[in-house]
Design a protein around this ligand. Structure first.
Ligand code: PLP
Length: 453
């Protein structure tokens, strides 16, 4: 007799084409179908319970099962389920959310353009940056400098701004006008340099690139405060101050992609606060609504607002769902929960330091070459040899193995090649962190045994 899970898996195979999935693998293994969630836990259709160490896709900041968010959506949908923000219109939730965002953002950032996702936010930022220079009579200032191994989304512009080689393979990507410099990934690429020397060296590549292209052609630099999907690459302390100095020196706009770092993940409201960045633009999404409804945005500084809101004329850009009232109402309630429950402070003062302490214990494991993290986001590097940092061969397979053991052991951990990542809900408790660490240890042991077998 076939179970509900088997029936659903069969339908899934027949009709559903999944994002970022090897469909051949999926056909062999079958999809894991998540059907229920509460707090930091997920259940699949076979009743298997897992601690969600990834908060969905880095987004479920306030945890699952929050009735306040359901009620905010219900109320707004019964009053006004949809209206747009085009042509001098908008809705009360979009206005209130914009005001709340200005309150929590860095002091000089007080405006937002709403989108439906992080990818749309990065498409938007590209257009706003070019608009900013064009309306000031400098349309040739259009190149955006990004970094290799960055992730900025999956739309054509998002994937182009991103620096994932495998995403550029389809052809036509990256689109013209986007350049990539090397990333500040010390563990993999630092060689004999200290992290500080390496951070400085990698930041100075921006200056070299600006001079190579000609400052009159360069519009902006974009970077995630820490590279999330690329493997939680945390830049050395010297990196961002030097990037900021270079952007200021040449008058280049600085875009901090806050899609993962925003809304408390690193122990401050934004990754820019944690790393001392003064951005002109901040693409946001994910934690903005804790993923309960899709919404994103591009926040921008007062100096950008002076141009875009006063001199620029009409902006020929927007989405049907820009400022969607139900999504905005949910996002507003979500930010109120983060404030009322002091989740950012909790990450900074309690659960963040506790997780970082316990995460370091994993460095004792024979497979772990480095542990790193900040706030509630962590990574570890799987290696064959701790001293030489030699990888386990074939590259990337150990990460997949470890991820699968985590899943069987009741923990959702992500693998990027041989880097294991976690980014749990901001509501996670110390006891749940203990459980996460124990499950991670067991999964590392299982991985080692399987490799040695
Ligand atoms: N920017 C960053 C830094 C991201 O991590 C992501 C998604 O993971 C995106 C942009 C794209 O966001 P979305 O998947 O909502 O389009």
């Amino acid at each position: 007799m076939t179970t509900t899970t088997e029936k659903l898996q069969e339908l899934d195979r027949q009709h559903h084409f999944h994002p970022f999935t090897d469909q051949g693998d999926l056909n062999k293994k079958g999809t894991r179908i998540i059907s229920k969630a509460d707090g930091v836990y997920l259940w699949d259709t076979d009743g298997h319970k897992m601690l969600d160490g990834m908060a969905g896709l880095w987004c479920v900041a306030v945890g699952y099962g929050r009735d306040e968010l359901v009620e905010a959506a219900r109320q707004q949908m019964s009053e006004l389920p949809y209206y747009n923000s085009f042509f001098q219109c908008t809705t009360p939730p979009a206005i209130k959310l914009a005001e709340k965002l200005a309150e929590v953002a860095p002091d000089h950032v007080n405006n937002v353009f709403f989108t439906g996702s992080g990818s749309e936010s990065n498409d938007t930022v590209l257009r706003l940056v070019r608009h900013y220079w064009a309306v000031q009579g400098q349309p040739e200032k259009s190149v955006i400098i990004s970094r290799k191994n960055a992730y900025h989304g999956s739309t054509v512009a998002g994937a182009s701004l991103g620096g994932m080689g495998y995403m550029h393979k389809q052809g036509g990507l990256p689109i013209p006008g986007i350049e990539h410099i090397d990333q500040p990934y010390w563990f993999e690429e630092g060689g004999d340099l200290t992290p500080e020397e390496f951070g400085l060296q990698r930041a100075q590549l921006l200056e070299e690139k600006i001079l190579e292209l000609g400052v009159e052609k360069v519009a902006a630099f974009i970077g995630e405060p820490l590279q999330g999907a690329g493997g939680v690459i945390i830049p050395p302390s010297t990196y961002w101050p030097e990037i900021q100095r270079i952007c200021d020196k040449y008058g280049i706009l600085l875009i901090a992609d806050e899609v993962i770092c925003g809304f408390g993940r690193t122990g401050n409201w934004f990754g820019s606060d944690t790393f001392g960045i003064k951005p002109d633009f901040m693409p946001i999404a994910k934690g903005l609504s804790s993923g309960y409804l899709p919404i994103g945005g591009v926040m921008f500084s007062d100096r950008v607002a002076e141009v875009l809101k006063n001199e620029a004329g009409e902006i020929n850009h927007g989405y049907t769902y820009s400022g969607h009232p139900a999504a905005a109402a949910v996002a507003l309630k979500n930010l109120e929960i983060i404030q009322d429950e002091k989740l950012v402070e909790r990450v900074a003062e309690d659960t963040g330091p506790y997780l970082q302490d316990r995460w370091q214990e994993l460095l004792d494991h024979p497979l772990v070459g480095e542990t790193r993290g900040v706030g509630l986001v962590c990574a570890l590097e799987l290696v064959k040899d701790k001293t030489t940092r030699e990888r386990l061969a074939p590259d990337g397979k150990a990460g997949g193995l470890c991820r699968d053991f985590c899943t069987s052991n009741g923990l959702v951990m992500r693998a990027t090649g041989d880097i294991m990542l976690i980014s749990p809900p901001l509501t996670i408790t110390r006891d749940e962190i203990d459980e996460l660490i124990e499950k991670a240890k067991k999964s590392l042991d299982d991985t080692l045994k399987a490799i040695e077998a």
